[in-house]
Write a protein that binds this ligand. Structure first.
Ligand SMILES: [Zn+2]
Length: 160
């Protein structure tokens, strides 16, 4: 490892037990299957299997209120409103939604994850000035954003 200058570096991707598209790397640095294979990395095709269920229900047909959801939903697959991929609700999840008085989700878990990730700020730093002390700072908030941006020192004084 020392002769190859690998010592002290992260493990090479060739040793990863996971395919590229199974890792969070695909979210930050998305590549097509062809690009991944050309680089000699692993790719795993997703095999969509219909869960073993008694009924497939389109998400739009679900009752809005959690109190109208029968226990039998644990034996159904719900068809995602956006992707049409089927997904199941597990017992613990149903109990959670009932305890919190939340409706049953209408989107596949992967689609929910994708939409949550889209809400994050881009991984870019912008040079701005603290809106309190005018010190130069780097922030993920672009200059056109309406949020009040403070340097760490001013922020900590403000919140404590
Ligand atoms: Zn400041």
């Amino acid at each position: 490892m020392q002769s190859n200058n690998e010592w002290g570096e992260f493990f090479p991707i060739a040793l990863s037990p996971f395919a590229y598209n199974e890792t969070i790397a695909q979210e930050y640095f998305p590549h097509s299957k062809q690009e991944v294979l050309e680089r000699g990395w692993q790719w795993k095709d997703r095999k969509e299997e219909l869960p073993k269920v008694t009924k497939l229900i389109p998400a739009a047909q679900l009752p809005d209120s959690i109190s109208d959801i029968p226990d039998d939903i644990l034996n159904w697959a719900i068809q995602c409103e956006a992707t049409k991929r089927p997904f199941k609700i597990v017992k613990q999840e149903l109990e959670f939604y009932r305890n919190m008085h939340l409706p049953i989700p209408r989107l596949h878990p992967d689609e929910r994850h994708k939409r949550r990730m889209a809400l994050r700020n881009p991984r870019t730093l912008f040079l701005r000035t603290c809106m309190k002390c005018q010190k130069s700072i780097e922030t993920m908030y672009p200059p056109e954003r309406p949020e009040t941006i403070y340097c760490e020192e001013c922020y900590l004084k403000e919140v404590y």
